[in-house]
Structures are given as C-alpha cells and as structure tokens.
Design a binder for this molecule. Structure first.
Ligand SMILES: NC(=O)C1=CN([C@@H]2O[C@H](COP(=O)(O)OP(=O)(O)OC[C@H]3O[C@@H](n4cnc5c(N)ncnc54)[C@H](O)[C@@H]3O)[C@@H](O)[C@H]2O)C=CC1
Ligand SMILES: O=C(O)CCC(=O)C(=O)O
Length: 525
C-alpha cells in the first residue's frame, strides 16, 4: 500500500493537488505546522468530482451484492495495509493517542465489514411484493413490487474528532457506499494527511473492484466555499455531516434552500444527561463518580456522547458523588485538543459558564499548554438551570454540569426542558425501577439511546444501535449515523406496478435469484 503523503486529493481516479489557497495540518501538541502543503479544490475540480459521481451512479447502484460487499471489505483491507503510517499521521494531526487511534481504526474497518454483510443479506432493500389479484372484486389489484434504491451521489463531511471512524471512510461513507451511492467526501481541514491516506485506500479499492472511478472522490477546502458548493451541487442528493451546530445548521440551510432540497443528516451537539437515581447513588456514589470522570475525560472530552450534564436529588449521596468526582477530576492531566480553534472554543465555553451566577465551579483539572483541555466540573440547582437556557449549550471538551434536583418532579422538569440528545444514561438499582418507569417516557421524547449503569461514550457498531436523536443532537431524528440501520438514510423506496419480470431488478424477480428475504402478500419469506 502506498503510504506516501503528497498533498493530494482524489477526483475519481486522479490524484491531484488543488490550486485554491493553502492548508497545512498543525500538530496540536507542539503547535508546529506539518508538511506537505494542501491546496483547496477549485470549482472545476469539484464539478468534475460531482459529474463523475453522477456518471457512476446508475451502474454502481446496480452492482451485484457480492461485488459491492467485496469492495467494502477491500476498503477495510487497504486501510489496515496502511499500517503504522496511518496511525502516526493521525496522531500527529489530532493529538489523539495511539491506542485510541488503533481502536478507532478497528471500529472503522469493522463498520465497513458490517455493511458488507448487510449488502449480502439484502434485507435493507425492504422488498415487498403484492402479487396481482386479477379476479378481485370490485377492482382487480395490479402486481406491486417495492424495493429501496440508492438515493444518489452523497456528500460526506468528515468530523474532526474521529479522524477515521467519522471521517473519509467512516460511518457516513460506509453506509452511503453500501446503499449504492457514490460519495464525494470533503476532508476535515484538521487532518488532511490522514484523509489523503484513507482517500487513496478507497480510490484503490474502487479500481481493484473494477468500479467506475466516480464512485469516490475526496476534496479539500481551505475555507467554506467548496463545502457549500458541494452541498448545493444539483447532482448531490443527500449529505452526511458530523461537526458543530453552527456549521451543521449553515449547511442544512443550504441543503434546504436548493431548488431541489435534499436530506441533510447532521450530527451536531449533545450534552447527554446522566441520571443518578436515589438507590444507586446511595449505594455507590464513589464508584459512579469515578466512572463518570473517566468517561468525561476520554479523548479530552471531544466526544459528542460526552456526559456533559448530571441530574440527581440533592442530599448526602450527591455531595459524596460531587466530592469524589471533583477529586478525580482535579488529578486529570491536561490533554491536547484536536485543533487550536477547538481549544479556544472550549476555553471560552468554560469561562462563560464559570462567570454565570447560576453555577459554582467545584473542580478544575491540571493546567496545560495553549491547546490543551483543562477539565472542569460545575454545580447548579434545578431552578437556576431551568432559568438559564445557555447552561444547556454543549461545551466540546471535558466539562460537565451537575444539577441538584429537590425531588423527582424537579428532575422530570429538567428533562422536559432539555433539547434533543444523542444519549441519556440512568444509574439505577432495583429499588429505582419505579422512578425509572416514570422517567423513561420523558427520556424517549428527548434522546436516541437510553443506557443503564454506564456512560454513552464509545458507541457499539451493531444492528440495534441508534446514534441519533431530536434536534440539535441531529438534524433528522428519524435515523441513526452508526449501526446497520444507517444505510436507510441513503435509500428511497420505489414501487413498480405491473412491470414485466424481465424488466425487474433481480431483487424483485419472481424467482428471487438473490435468495433474499421478502415480504410477499404481507408474509415474510
Ligand atoms: N457534537 C459533535 O459531534 C461535534 C461537535 N463539534 C463542535 O464543533 C466545533 C468545531 O469543530 P469542527 O469539527 O471543525 O466543526 P465545524 O462544524 O466547524 O466543521 C465541520 C466541517 O464542516 C465544514 N463547515 C463548517 N461550517 C461550514 C460552512 N458554513 N460552510 C461550508 N462548510 C462548513 C468545515 O470545513 C468542516 O469540514 C467544536 O469546537 C465543537 O464545538 C466538533 C466535532 C463533533
Ligand atoms: O462515542 C462514540 O463512540 C462516538 C462519538 C461521536 O459520534 C462523536 O463524537 O462524533
């Protein structure tokens, strides 16, 4: 595998340098600029990437399941074949430690392989057949056959905080390619070298599988122009995004303001409430506090599943939780953040909340250098939390706010006032089940995943996973960006009425040559 980092993007099969402005990765640990220089794509280069994707669409979306599945597996193999060069470059560009990045690489490849299985299995096509009933009275029924087809070329915006699992060949790309959609990926400017390496791995897999070159392109942008032009290009039919609320909303608006508005799947901001129910808190406040701080500190807190809000009833057990958490958090070494901009945003967010009369600062982690995260823990009470909406704002980093509630009614009022969230964690013992039963319906209205006696960081890539939720956690609460159901975002149903068998796609033919599960006359088989 070619592990040279040259400053390239990929417009279909062509490795090219852009010419629009300059972009350098920065090692956030040292503040040093990393070679090589990258240049942004020109409008012409973007136009070619979108034209190639559009050209590739009709043949790629009808590839045989085995061909598409083997292609996804080849991407994973090519990523692994990049070996240490990929990990070292990602470490230099993100400040994330080796074990975390090796784990993330495993998750990325596992995700591609899961989607290969999904493609072979064929259930995502959701084939439904209502055979003709020519003798039905008073009207005959036509022959109706439904399958889901790929939605079209997809734009993917790589995230800064998961340079592999949510980036060039991350979940959005894997699910779009699995659905049969060509992808034009926009590299995150914080890790262009990592993006180039992974982009080449995908480009080579496209060629190896004999697929049209337009199945995948990777573009760089030194500002926002190319990202905006990508979302508004008429050949792009859906967008996957992970990043800030501001960036996500700006791009969402562009997607909706097009002459042809398109689905925009943005994962944006979440503070992931953690509920400490009385019996569990009384029994193990210290252990929960230590687990909480560990989860909060993961990746310098740069997880959208980070536990940014804790709700519990006021009293001695909560005081114990706060004091153990404060002690553990004070010992946390400062951790390098992904970019100087993210470190500045974290510092500003912490300063703003610390200044509020509504909260007390109970602990700060160790101080570090200019681009590091000094953890922070704050406390308030429910009336003050409810009165100051800004206390709900995501602070991207290892900061969290504990809200003391007078009773379960007040805890419920806080839950009801929350914006949409990716996760909610409930710490509970058997004696807490009655309380949990009353809170669950409120949580279901707010979040995409409810978990017990754990923390939301570290999403399992599985069939039953939901990594989504109401706004602002995501821009579309009906879907997930992690797990096999993510493929649904890039499919749309088409019904065929009375089409002759020889014109039907294999998935719909009477003889079921793919051997996939189908709903025939309302029955699974
Ligand atoms: N909740 C979450 O999952 C995450 C939240 N964040 C938040 O985002 C902040 C900044 O981090 P970034 O990762 O750089 O996110 P970002 O939203 O600024 O950028 C993400 C991507 O979108 C592009 N982009 C953003 N705004 C755009 C616009 N108006 N037009 C065209 N393209 C645009 C950027 O170039 C980049 O490729 C963090 O401080 C944090 O607050 C970051 C990563 C994950
Ligand atoms: O917690 C995880 O594993 C995923 C986090 C995530 O989706 C994000 O930070 O963007």
């Amino acid at each position: 595998m070619d592990t040279q980092i040259r400053g390239d993007m990929f417009i279909g099969a062509d490795a090219v340098a852009g010419t629009a402005g300059e972009l350098h990765a920065i090692d956030p640990a040292s503040g040093q600029t990393l070679d090589p220089v990258y240049r942004g794509a020109t409008r012409d280069q973007l136009d070619r990437a979108c034209a190639l994707a559009d050209d590739a669409f009709d043949s790629y979306r009808e590839t045989a399941p085995d061909v598409r599945a083997a292609f996804l597996e080849a991407i994973a193999d090519n990523i692994m074949a990049l070996g240490d060069a990929l990990i070292e470059r990602a470490m230099a560009e993100t400040g994330l430690p080796r074990p975390r990045l090796e784990g993330e690489r495993g998750r990325t490849c596992g995700q591609l392989k899961l989607f290969a299985q999904v493609v072979r299995d064929g259930r995502h096509l959701d084939v439904r057949i209502d055979p003709a009933l020519p003798d039905r009275q008073p009207q005959p029924r036509p022959d109706l056959r439904l399958r889901k087809i790929a939605i079209g070329p997809v734009a993917v915006f790589g995230a800064s905080n998961f340079p592999l699992a949510f980036s060039v060949a991350g979940g959005d790309t894997a699910s779009a390619l699995a659905a049969g959609c060509p992808v034009v990926a926009k590299a995150h400017p914080a890790h262009p070298g990592t993006s180039e390496l992974v982009g080449r791995a995908v480009r080579d897999a496209v060629a190896g599988a004999g697929l049209p070159e337009g199945v995948f392109s990777l573009v760089m942008d030194t500002g926002y122009e190319i990202g905006g032009a990508l979302v508004t290009d008429p050949r792009i039919k859906a967008v996957g995004f992970t990043g800030s609320r501001r960036g996500g909303l700006a791009l969402w608006r562009m997607a909706q303001d097009r002459p042809e508005p398109i689905p925009f799947y943005g994962e944006m901001s979440s503070i992931n409430p953690v509920l400490l129910l009385p019996e569990a808190l009384g029994a193990r406040a210290d252990a929960i506090a230590r687990g909480f701080v560990q989860s909060l500190a993961l990746g310098a807190g740069q997880f959208c599943t980070n536990p940014g809000l804790v709700l519990a009833l006021a009293g001695e057990p909560l005081d114990r939780f706060v004091s153990t958490a404060a002690e553990a958090l004070s010992a946390l070494p400062a951790a390098t953040m992904l970019t100087p901009g993210i470190a500045d945003a974290y510092r500003a967010g912490v300063a703003a909340i610390a200044k509020s009369d509504a909260v007390e600062t109970v602990a700060r982690g160790q101080e570090g250098h200019a681009h590091s995260c000094q953890a922070a823990l704050f406390v308030t009470d429910a009336p003050r939390f409810l009165a100051e909406h800004a206390l709900q704002d995501e602070i991207f980093g290892a900061a969290s706010l504990v809200v003391r509630c007078a009773d379960l009614h007040e805890m419920r009022a806080v839950i009801d006032a929350l914006e949409g969230q990716l996760t909610a964690a409930i710490h509970m013992d058997a004696g807490d089940h009655d309380a949990a039963r009353t809170l669950l319906p409120r949580l279901e209205r707010r979040v995409g995943r409810i978990l017990v006696n754990g923390f939301g960081t570290g999403v399992e890539v599985a069939h039953a996973m939901v990594h989504g939720g109401p706004f602002p956690a995501t821009s579309d609460p009906r879907t997930t960006s992690v797990g096999s159901l993510a493929i649904d975002r890039f499919l749309r149903p088409v019904a065929y009425q009375d089409l002759p068998d020889d014109l039907l796609a294999p998935a719909l033919k009477e003889a079921n040559p793919l051997g996939i599960e189908r709903l025939v006359d309302g029955k699974r088989g």
